[in-house]
Design a protein around this ligand. Structure first.
Ligand code: HEC
Length: 181
């Protein structure tokens, strides 16, 4: 086959492919339902694009040592109060039922904690992940400092016991000063 003929054939197939996928996606044949696992190629694209994107954007470094117990404990409380437990669960705390209907489904964070850099976790919590259920907490003005405490807590998560989480996430004890009569 002459080179020109093969180029023309490649071009023709490309156009056919474009029309085909146009009809498939805009004709409504692709299902966006969250009732089934997303197709392997969609999953691969979502994960691959997300990791490359976060790796390029996540440059902020922790402003404090992340293993300080006070930071970890403040993070446990923030994790609970900000609602992360509803989707991700926590030690001894089940995620809310609705979270089982999310696709992609929210990961159990203790399973990914060791494989993610602190700056990655910070970026994801601050900015969220588009086209998934992961919200941006920067968008609702959660201070960076508080997000870093949550990062400290997530890094510690694999070794946090149910009892610790219960104590750390409980509302702070308020000592009331007796009012003068
Ligand atoms: C409404 C549900 C929802 C809430 C609330 C939520 N998340 Fe998520 N989160 C998700 C989903 C869904 C994903 C998975 C995205 C994916 O796999 O592509 C995710 C992903 C993540 C990831 C990235 C995991 C990875 O594999 O890299 C981190 C870290 C995370 N969430 C932390 C948090 C923290 C911390 C909070 C609270 C401040 C929170 N999330 C609140 C739904 C939620």
């Amino acid at each position: 086959m002459k080179i020109r003929t093969s180029l023309a054939l490649i071009g023709f197939l490309g156009i056919l492919g474009a029309i085909g996928s146009g009809v498939y996606f805009f004709g409504g044949y692709y299902s966006v339902a969250a009732t089934a696992e997303e197709p392997a190629i969609v999953k691969w694209l979502l994960v691959g694009v997300r990791q490359a994107s976060v790796a390029r954007h996540a440059t902020d470094m922790p402003p404090m040592p992340l293993d300080a117990p006070a930071e970890v404990q403040a993070g446990a409380r923030a994790f609970s109060v900000r609602g992360c437990v509803n989707c991700h669960g926590g030690p001894g705390v089940n995620w809310a039922k609705f979270s089982e209907g999310l696709r992609p489904d929210p990961p159990d964070l203790k399973e990914i904690a060791n494989d993610r850099a602190p700056q990655y976790l910070f970026w994801v919590i601050k900015n969220g992940i588009n086209m998934t259920g992961m919200p941006s907490f920067g968008a609702i003005e959660v201070p960076d400092r508080e997000i870093w405490t949550i990062v400290a807590f997530i890094k510690k998560l694999p070794s946090v016991s149910e009892a610790d989480f219960k104590t750390w996430s409980a509302p702070p004890v308020v000592t009331t000063v007796p009012s003068p009569r």
